[in-house]
Design a protein around this ligand. Structure first.
Ligand code: FAD
Ligand code: FES
Length: 282
């Protein structure tokens, strides 16, 4: 069992938890993730480690309450326990040889980018970050991200905060203005990452995308997180989550991510917001 030692609400749907998991904290690297279950009947969900503290023996996660398991997670408080956590999983983000990067985050992806930008910063890498949100109400972690990157550009789709427009508009502007990057790293909704990687390719810049796919075991055995990269089958859990953005078959990934929409909607409707109970057999 894993104790929640700190809970911080970031906005209406996003929450930051610090959890006691000393063995995982000792080995964690930026870009890696964990798989957790809230209770013994629960589903296993992957969440990126937003940070870790090997001294305190804690790992941090930042999640959006979007469905059954994240809504159940949201009902736990400081002092409560999670059933189990497996990790660290996945390959750490490769940083060797990088001098200047642009990180492009979208929505929840900006939270997932936190440990990444801390890691890049610690390695002395220059970072421009474009953090995109739908509107002001969704803007999170401005202080934390701003403290780790060299320049932070916030965009909102409706212009209610930062610059009006999409992340891709700002990224294009930065490139057009003559900023040079060894790599563009993107993390967010697959559709956004598809466009980010497409633009990077047009300008001859390498892109790396942190992919999100359905996961079950997290060990490369179940095939749940299969994606196609460079025409070959890859597993996000063991071969990723970072992949060369120019080689990802984005349309196939986006199609696979909608496979379970009906079941997810059904499950969401069966989480009781008062008790946290779920009717599993409906
Ligand atoms: C490697 C990895 C790291 C991740 N890190 C984070 C993180 O740090 N913070 C965070 O909030 N989320 C993260 N996710 C997504 C997270 O795993 C899903 O939001 C979660 O599994 C949803 O479970 P649920 O039961 O609450 O919702 P469900 O009912 O299963 O799904 C609700 C909604 O979330 C979408 N969704 C479900 N699973 C995924 C998935 N694997 N990837 C993308 N969208 C999904 C569905 O399309 C649906 O719209 C990560 C996913 C992966 C693969
Ligand atoms: S989660 Fe099973 S193969 Fe990746």
């Amino acid at each position: 069992m894993y104790r929640i030692v700190r809970k911080r609400r970031l906005n209406e749907t996003m929450t930051w938890l610090s959890i006691e998991a000393p063995l995982i904290a000792r080995k964690a690297r930026p870009g890696q993730f964990i798989i957790l279950r809230t209770d013994e009947h629960g589903e296993r969900i992957p969440l990126t480690m937003a940070g870790h503290d090997s001294g305190k023996g804690t790992v941090d996660i930042i999640y959006a309450a979007v469905g059954r398991t994240t809504m159940l997670l949201d009902q736990l408080e400081e002092g409560d326990y999670l059933q189990d956590i497996v990790g660290p999983l996945g390959k750490p983000t490769e940083m060797e040889g990088l001098k200047r990067v642009c990180v492009v985050g979208g929505g929840t992806g900006n939270a997932l980018a936190l440990s990444l930008v801390y890691g890049l910063h610690e390695n002395g890498i220059y970072i421009d970050m474009v953090a995109g949100f739908k509107s002001k109400a969704q803007v999170i972690l401005e202080e934390e991200l701003g403290g780790a990157v060299d320049r932070l550009f916030i965009t909102t789709d409706d212009g209610s905060y930062g610059e009006k427009g999409f992340t891709t508009d700002k990224m294009k502007e930065l490139i057009e203005d003559g900023n040079e990057y060894d790599e563009i790293i993107t993390i967010g909704p697959p559709m956004m990452m598809k466009f980010v990687c497409g633009i990077a390719k047009d300008y001859g810049i390498k892109s790396v995308a942190s992919l999100s796919a359905y996961m079950i075991d997290g060990t490369g055995m179940c095939g749940g997180c299969r994606c196609i990269v460079g025409g070959e089958n890859k597993f996000v859990c063991v071969d990723g989550p970072d992949f060369d953005g120019a080689l990802v078959n984005w349309d196939e990934l986006i199609r696979r991510n909608t496979y379970y929409s009906k079941q997810e909607a059904h499950d969401r409707a069966h989480v009781c917001r008062l008790t946290g109970g779920v009717r599993y057999n409906d």
